[in-house]
Each structure stands twice: as structure tokens, then as C-alpha cells.
Design a protein around this ligand. Structure first.
Ligand code: FES
Length: 176
């Protein structure tokens, strides 16, 4: 995903260029209904998520009704219908994860987390996806906070280590 409004050298936004790539990839597929999932995957690959424009293009290309496209797109966890929030961890808020404490995870780090649909790992609820798309199951608020703190610490540049020289301490042996 690219930040909204960013322009490339041609004066077009990167989102426009990504949408064009998605359209070209979808157009390269046979114009058949059984190409619905590959077309959605092409959109996801080019755009980072499945936008409304991409869904409309898939609809025009495959002639699959929009309702069916939305049903398919929501059934596959690897397809996103919302733009991912860069740098955030995504907490699954599907039914199983909701019952297993997804709300507590979101409350544990509201500024660092966002919601995501079912990841089809319901037996491991509650499930969390980190900023690098790695999945974590049976997450607790404490474990989530610890992982976020560890991630932040790893990303924070450390100040250079200075060697201390105490007065009266010989630092170098002089030749006799
Ligand atoms: S409800 Fe969260 S993985 Fe299915």
C-alpha cells in the first residue's frame, strides 16, 4: 500500500499506477466466471488489498455479480477488503476471536492495533497478525504488549556507546 496522494514522476498517484497494474493483470485472465478468485488475488497482489474499483473491474471482466464477488472476497482471509494500516498489528475480530478476548487485545494497544476479519485459525483464537504478516495465536494482552515493546525497542536506534575514562586510571602503557 502506498500513502494516499503520493505522486510518481509521471504526475500520477502510486495508487493509480497500482490500480492500472491490477486491471492489466485481471484483463490477462480468461473472461470466465471461474476466474473470479484469481482475479481477486491479482487485485490483492497489485494493490495490497481489494479496493471497490478493483471489485468493479473484476465484475466487468468476469461478469460475476457484485454480491457474489463480495461473498467470495469475505470468505478468503488472504483477501483484504480494507486497506491495511501500515506498521499496525491486526487483531482478528471474527466470532471465535471475539469470544476469546479480541476486544481486550485492541484495548491493550489501541494506537498500535487495527481490526481484521477471520483468519481461519479460529482454534487458536484470539489471533493477531503483526506488521510483517506473521500470525500469532492464543494471544493475551500482556503478551501483545510485550511483543509491541520488544518491536519498538528493536526499531529504536541505540546511542553510541562511549568509553569512559576515569581520572587517575591509566589507559595506555607507556614504553619504558
Ligand atoms: S475468528 Fe479469528 S481466526 Fe477465525
Amino acid at each position: 500500500m502506498t500513502p494516499a496522494g503520493r505522486r510518481n514522476g509521471n504526475g500520477r498517484s502510486e495508487e493509480d499506477a497500482a490500480l492500472e497494474r491490477a486491471r492489466a493483470a485481471i484483463d490477462a485472465l480468461p473472461r470466465r466466471k471461474d476466474q473470479l478468485l484469481p482475479a481477486l488475488q491479482e487485485a490483492q497482489h497489485a494493490l495490497g488489498w481489494v479496493t471497490r474499483e478493483a471489485i468493479e473491474h473484476v465484475h466487468r471482466h468476469t461478469r460475476v455479480p457484485l454480491s457474489e464477488i463480495y461473498a467470495t472476497a469475505t470468505a478468503y482471509s488472504e483477501l483484504r477488503l480494507e486497506a491495511p494500516v501500515p506498521g499496525r498489528w491486526h487483531v482478528c475480530t471474527g466470532v471465535s476471536c471475539d469470544l476469546a478476548g479480541a476486544a481486550a487485545l485492541l484495548e491493550a494497544a489501541p494506537e498500535r492495533t487495527a481490526r481484521i476479519d477471520c483468519q481461519f485459525l479460529c482454534a487458536l483464537a484470539p489471533v493477531v497478525v503483526d506488521a510483517r504478516e506473521r500470525l500469532f495465536g492464543r494471544m493475551t494482552p500482556e503478551a501483545l504488549r510485550a511483543r509491541l515493546e520488544a518491536e519498538a525497542a528493536a526499531a529504536t536506534p541505540q546511542p553510541p556507546v562511549r568509553r569512559r575514562v576515569r581520572s587517575g586510571t591509566r589507559t595506555r602503557r607507556r614504553p619504558s
